[in-house]
Ligand binder design. Structure first.
Ligand code: SF4
Ligand code: SF4
Length: 314
């Protein structure tokens, strides 16, 4: 598996990053042992980079995997919605304790929209910068679905890594086109910022053209790595094959036949939490029941807000 250094951070990551949201109770609902086994399997095949978040509540999988994977050989990126010192301290200490580590490689502000939201999280960022100075965080960054989020990161002196939504068709970009995101990412890269993308398969919409869509992202010299959610050994092997330029048609055919979708159980009470949470205008309550539409990128974030636990990505 090819590795790249993330911008000026000196942190070397495999180009395939293990997106770990897929193993949580909102998606495949793997046991800790099963999820950790997938992380270890991917690591043994060259994937040394995992993406998680405080919001995902899945640190236990990584902690378990670290019983096998040497900590110094593994890059952990996590994200938080922290906005002030108190929430930042809580998020940081939770990450250390639940991951069973004494440092975090990449700590990102989650879902930043622009320089304005970044300004609103400045106090948290300063707290994380202090932890960096103390050697407990290696690099700081942000994740975003917005072109303006990438541009905001470029102009902020503490942001070293950006995790933007990026795919061939521009699916899920909240405020512009693929071309606008291309241009923002190019500027970020030129400014020395490391880039690892998300949603290269557009939340499942591009699975039918997975080979072309992954290749499109990988040939972009500005993209250092790409996080892809994986929930089985078949998916790990299929993605490693794609990233190695030697696609496994047998695996892809099998995966193409099992496209993921958002499942909403019929005991939905129509509370509207999911509709409020969705940034993609992809779910609405109609006649008392949540209904998803074609804008959905399968991020699964609405599932965390459902009081009835009736939303899942399956
Ligand atoms: S409906 Fe849910 S899973 Fe789909 S884009 Fe919106 S928040 Fe994400
Ligand atoms: S959050 Fe859950 S219960 Fe509420 S409307 Fe959405 S699916 Fe239904």
């Amino acid at each position: 598996m090819e590795k790249r250094t993330l911008g000026h951070t000196g942190i070397e990551v495999s180009r395939l990053c293990f997106g770990s949201l897929t193993m949580t109770k909102m998606q495949r609902n793997l046991s800790i042992k099963e999820g950790a086994a997938l992380l270890v399997d991917a690591y043994k095949k060259g994937v040394n980079f995992v993406d998680t978040a405080q919001y995902y509540e899945n640190y236990a999988y990584i902690r378990k995997a670290l019983e096998t994977i040497p900590r110094e050989d593994y890059i952990i990126a996590t994200k938080s919605y922290a906005y002030d010192t108190i929430t930042a301290k809580a998020a940081f200490e939770e990450a250390l304790e639940q991951l069973g580590t004494d440092y975090i490689d990449l700590f990102l502000l989650h879902e930043q929209e622009s320089e304005h939201t970044l300004r609103g999280h400045e106090e948290a960022l300063l707290y994380f910068a202090e932890q960096k100075k103390a050697g407990k965080i290696r690099a700081l960054g942000l994740s975003t679905h917005f072109v303006a989020g990438v541009l905001g990161g470029i102009n902020h002196p503490l942001i070293e890594v950006i995790h933007p939504i990026y795919n061939e068709k521009g699916i899920g970009i909240a405020d512009g086109t693929r071309e606008m995101m291309d241009s923002a990412i190019e500027k970020a890269k030129a400014a020395g910022i490391g880039i690892y993308g998300m949603k290269a398969l557009g939340g499942g919409h591009l699975i039918p053209t997975a080979r072309e869509s992954i290749s499109f992202v990988l040939v972009n010299p500005n993209i250092d790595a790409v996080a892809i959610g994986m929930q089985s050994v078949d998916e790990i092997d299929a993605n490693i094959a794609l990233f190695s330029g030697e696609p496994r048609e047998d695996l892809h055919d099998r995966l193409r036949k099992q496209p993921r979708h958002l499942s909403i159980d019929d005991y939905c009470i129509g509370c509207g939490n999911c509709e409020k949470r969705c940034n993609h205008n992809a779910i609405h309550v109609i006649d008392g029941q949540a209904v998803v539409n074609e804008n959905c990128i399968l991020c699964g974030y609405c599932a965390f807000t459902c009081p009835e636990f009736c939303i899942k990505v399956i």
